[in-house]
Write a protein that binds this ligand. Structure first.
Ligand code: F6P
Length: 754
């Protein structure tokens, strides 16, 4: 109600102000026109009398003068005419004027002396009038003057009328506008606002059934989006609180975003959390005229994103999207996720040449194949190494900038792109707690020994207080490599390296994913697996009964070709599945600038074609290769619809696809075929663990997965889900940060090696 009164009052004031301003100018204009008209009339009248009157004034023929003046006495608005002699004394005047108006003889005499007509508006007693004096001429002499007097009161009366009309019009208009505004508010806003308010009230008290239909019009869009977002956050917070309560009840200790947030706050005691990775969590890319947000296909991003969301902090990463610059501020920062900001993303710009040497060259043609035993030779070029050092230095400067002004900041460096970063930061800021997590395997010392800069890499890593790997075997390999390469002392009991008095702990932290509980809304909307599968097959133009799925970046470490050969063998061995089973391979193109990756993409396509050629029919094929980037949402549809998921990496640090598949299957269905060369195989013992090089074994695993006793399948999935839920990514981050926060800081910068 108050808001309506405010609105109407404001409207009223605004309209009145505008209307009165217009009325004021209108009145001024009208007055000016009327006065000009009157002045003109007086002048014309005086001039028309001049010729007749001048000789009579010269002769001082008062009688004749009087007679002539009487003839003009009745003109409209004319009050009267007076004729003066040259001293300014009246000689004759029209009758109505007698005694009412006089002009001082001096005024008249002055006009005569100056030979200039003169006019003025002024009050004569109570009467507002205009007079006009015209000096007369007769034979180069000025015998006197004539003065014309007009009534000017009507000009003021006219102004008054305009004011009155304007005020009346304003009142009427304001009334109308107020009425229309009230009606618009009532029809357009109040309905939506009260619906939204009612919905939020029901949500607050927990009785909301479903989202009301809110208008999607331009004006309401931001509100609708914000409210919907708010409702989602509220639902998530409520679910988290319920989960916490349920766990307290069950005396369990599951890690949730809430728990991690509180834990990190306690452990870091207000110090900022800074994360560094090469890959950014959100890329802005141009699609025609618009800009799209892309979440890159990266296990690292999948794992770290929920942590930053929970804890806030700054994530420093390479800004690789072609529209990244325009979406960040002048300091290359922006808050993300774009639709629901929770933390800061600081983008680092690197040149094409640097990217070539640092990312494609040293990181992915050197370190990547060096650490993955997957039969691709590492290539080390000194130019790449120089760029690797340069870019590490650039990121280190950004890290130091972000932590300026804070004491004891915590730095989580990610992956093999930044082996030098821990040392670079630690040397400058010994009060920083530095951890680096190596997301890929660490090979044995002999394999690592072929890297020409192994000493520099190890020294860079040992600048950290904590080095993390997915599994203990990688920790052991790392410690052995350090032992055989650098001057240092290895404490095998504590799993630590002492190098020139600085201790680095080396620990396994098996990374994971976050497992979302299905919302009641999502559960209610869910159709059966068969319907979902059917519609996915239909989109691909395939008719089949069973579905297998694989989701990978197209990378030679992922064993995609080996997987296809396993499917081919399965079709040969069990022909009854021809026309029945289709394997959908979601393959995100990756690092295609590198020849080996570019070729691999073609090889994967060709292998799928070759196998399809052998078995396919008009409506069916054994392998559907979807070679493009898919969003998490799209991938989930395949995970949910599949009978089985195949992860056949030839060598992998963890492989989060295996855990993502388990996390998504809240229906407790689906079988997981998992390479024994992944970190995940150590945790997910209920998967069908295979050697991807063993084609026969792969074929058997597919058959077993499809024909498995449903109860067995459910029990396996239940156990795997329990493990992934308990060992989720929040626990990973919680453990890593706990270990890091307990590190004793050695504040003196380490002595440089001579
Ligand atoms: O496995 C190492 C890793 O950094 C993963 O975290 C991630 O899935 C993948 O490599 C991403 O590769 P890129 O960032 O080169 O596309």
């Amino acid at each position: 109600m108050r808001i309506r009164i405010h609105l109407i009052l404001s409207l009223f004031l605004a309209f009145t102000l505008v209307a009165l301003t217009f009325a004021y100018f209108h009145v001024q204009e009208e007055k000016r026109a009327l006065r000009a008209d009157l002045e003109k009339r007086a002048q014309i009248l005086a001039e028309s009398l001049e010729e007749t009157i001048a000789p009579l004034v010269q002769q001082r023929s008062e009688k004749n003068l009087q007679r002539i003046l009487e003839r003009f006495g009745n003109r409209e608005r004319l009050k009267g005419v007076i004729v003066y002699d040259k001293k300014g004394s009246p000689l004759a005047s029209t009758r109505g004027l007698d005694g009412q108006v006089t002009l001082s003889p001096a005024v008249v005499a002055q006009a005569i002396a100056q030979k200039l007509p003169r006019g003025e508006f002024r009050l004569f007693g109570q009467a507002y009038m205009h007079y006009y004096i015209l000096p007369l001429y007769q034979e180069n002499q000025a015998p006197g003057a004539i003065a014309v007097f007009h009534d000017a009161n009507y000009i003021e009366a006219q102004s008054g009328r305009i004011w009155r009309d304007s005020i009346l019009r304003v009142s009427l208009q304001t009334l109308l506008i107020a009425l229309i505004t009230l009606l618009i508010i009532r029809w357009s806003f109040e309905g939506t606002i009260s619906k939204t308010a009612q919905w939020m009230r029901e949500l607050r008290i927990g009785s909301a059934q479903e989202k009301p239909s809110l208008p999607d019009k331009d004006m309401f869009k931001p509100l609708t989006q914000e409210v919907t977002q708010f409702v989602k956050s509220l639902a998530a917070a409520r679910a988290a609180a319920e989960e916490e309560a349920r766990l307290r009840e069950a005396a369990e200790s599951l890690w949730t975003p809430e728990r991690l947030r509180v834990h990190v706050q306690n452990k870091l005691k207000g110090s900022p959390l800074i994360v560094v990775s090469n890959r950014e969590p959100y890329m802005h890319v141009r699609r025609g005229k618009s800009t799209e947000v892309v979440v890159p296909a990266s296990g690292l991003v999948t794992a770290l994103e929920p942590i930053l969301r929970a804890c806030d902090g700054t994530w420093i990463a390479h800004g690789g999207g072609d529209a990244d610059r325009e979406m960040a501020d002048e300091k290359a920062r922006l808050r993300v996720p774009p639709e629901d900001p929770h933390y800061t993303l600081r983008r680092i710009w690197i040149t094409k040449e640097e990217e070539e040497g640092f990312y494609f060259g040293f990181s992915n043609e050197g370190l990547w194949p060096l650490c993955h035993i997957a039969h691709t030779r590492p290539i080390f070029r000194s130019g790449d190494w120089e760029h690797y050092q340069g870019v590490n230095q650039r990121f280190a400067s950004a890290v130091l900038e972000e932590m300026a002004g804070f004491e004891n900041p915590a730095l989580l460096v990610q992956d093999y792109h930044f082996a030098l970063l821990p040392r670079l930061v630690k040397d400058k800021r010994p009060d920083t707690r530095v951890a680096i997590f190596w997301h890929i395997p660490w090979p044995n010392p002999q394999a690592f020994g072929i890297c020409p800069w192994q000493r520099e890499i190890l020294d860079g890593l040992l600048g950290a207080d904590l080095v993390g790997f997915h599994i203990q075997a990688h920790c052991n390999n790392f410690l052995e490599t350090v032992d055989q390469t650098l001057e240092s002392r290895i404490d095998w009991e504590r799993f630590a390296v002492n190098r020139r008095g600085h201790f680095t702990l080396v620990r396994p932290f098996p990374i994971s994913v976050s497992v979302a509980e299905p919302s009641s809304e999502a559960s209610a909307q869910r159709t059966s697996v068969y319907v979902e599968r059917g519609s996915l097959f239909k989109e691909m133009g395939i008719r089949a009964t069973f579905m297998g799925v694989g989701v990978d970046r197209v990378d030679y470490t992922k064993g995609i070709i080996e997987r296809f050969r396993g499917i081919e063998r399965f079709m040969e061995k069990y022909p009854s599945y021809q026309g029945q089973f289709t394997f959908v391979q979601v393959g995100a193109p990756s690092r295609t600038h590198i020849k080996r990756y570019h070729d691999l993409f073609g090889e994967v396509e060709a292998e799928a074609d070759r196998i399809n050629w052998r078995f396919q029919t008009a409506e069916w094929k054994p392998i559907a290769f979807l070679g493009r980037h898919h969003s998490h949402k799209e991938i989930e549809l395949y995970y949910k619809a599949a009978d089985l998921c195949m992860v056949t990496s030839l060598h992998d640090g963890m492989n989060l696809v295996a855990k993502e598949f388990v996390a998504v299957r809240d229906d407790e269905q689906g079988a997981l075929i998992l390479s024994r060369f992944t970190g995940a195989a150590l945790e997910l013992g209920d998967a069908l663990v295979v050697n991807p090089y063993d084609t026969e074994q792969l074929a058997e695993a597919i058959r077993f997965a499809l024909e498995m006793d449903p109860e067995d399948r459910r029990a396996r999935m239940q156990r795997m889900r329990r493990i992934v839920k308990e060992h989720n990514v929040y626990r990973w981050a919680g453990n890593l940060l706990t270990e890091l926060s307990e590190v004793r800081l050695d504040r003196s910068a380490p002595v440089k090696e001579g």
